[in-house]
Design a protein around this ligand. Structure first.
Ligand code: CU
Length: 290
């Protein structure tokens, strides 16, 4: 089938319009797909922030994205101008200009200002992440091949968190996402500064929870430290983020953020080794460390 130029043009326009429409739908639906604390199909953005640090990370990410978009479009505009205006046909007698003080000052100064505008919020964010405020709760996460041991040194609580088998996951009323469910979650109170200390028992692991904006290596023989202050109730999923061996993909991290009352009840329950604590099913596995 032969198409006239007009037909081809209309087709191209229609497909571009179609692409833009689907892009807009995706952008608008991005939030609809996203679920708090866990990944979602077709997600292309950062997970919804649940801590002030993650809110700042998200802001910084969006700021940089805007900046690079403007720069890329500007450079593209310059290239197009060069191609269209200064090709041999359109511009047969080229100018012999070699210097332009104004432009030279501008192309030195503007990039410097851009870099400064990136450096300032970047360092502010780094310091916020690294400066652990006075902690209300301290937890220690020890990476093992291939699960996590969580301890609350102040409360003498220690237990191991192991991935749920597909069978056990299917039995639950509202199953956690595939490969992300565990038998015992980490339980923390809302709006409290939680200091996370982490180390590796065998090889290097990495403790990461995207919605909290934390990712820190768990290195044998070293105690690394980070912190978060969860401002939303809910269940937040993360994963070991350092290739640590054959079951690296099967040592998820589950953090339950609860209110103060539930947190106290949970602590009492775990210390009493009961079976119906809110991080079910504890099955008496949580034990008082000596
Ligand atoms: Cu690991």
């Amino acid at each position: 089938m032969k198409m006239s130029k007009g037909q081809i043009g209309r087709r191209v326009l229609a497909s571009v319009a179609g692409l833009m429409a689907s892009g807009l739908t995706l952008a608008a639906g991005g939030t609809a797909f996203a679920e708090l604390g866990q990944p979602a199909p077709w997600e292309y953005k950062l997970q919804e922030a649940a801590t002030p640090v993650m809110e700042n990370i998200t802001w910084f990410h969006n700021f940089l994205f805007g900046l690079i978009t403007i720069i890329t479009l500007f450079v593209l505009g310059l290239l197009v101008a060069v191609v269209v205006k200064f090709n041999a046909k359109a511009n047969p007698i080229p100018s012999k200009t070699t210097h332009n003080t104004l432009i030279e000052v501008a192309w030195t100064l503007i990039p410097v200002l851009i870099l400064v505008s990136i450096a300032v919020p970047s360092f502010r964010l780094l310091f916020e992440e690294l400066d652990v405020p006075k902690a209300d709760v301290t937890i220690k996460a020890t990476g093992n091949q291939w699960n996590w041991t969580y301890s609350y040194p102040d409360d003498k609580i220690e237990y191991t968190s192991i991935i749920l088998s597909e069978e056990d996951r299917a039995k639950l009323a509202s199953p956690p996402p595939r490969l992300l469910g565990v038998d015992h979650s980490l339980v923390v109170p809302i709006n409290k500064v939680v200091r996370v200390q982490t180390t590796g028992a065998d090889v290097i692991h990495s403790f990461a929870v995207p919605a909290f904006g934390i990712k820190i290596d768990s290195i044998p023989g070293r105690l690394n430290e980070t912190w978060f202050k969860a401002t939303k109730l809910g269940v937040f999923y993360g994963q070991c983020s350092e290739l640590c061996g054959k079951d690296h993909a099967f040592m998820p991290i589950v953090v339950k953020v609860v209110n103060d009352q539930d947190y106290d009840d949970w602590k009492k329950c775990v210390l009493a080794s009961k079976d119906d604590c809110i991080d079910q099913p504890p099955g008496g596995k949580a034990k008082q460390s000596s």
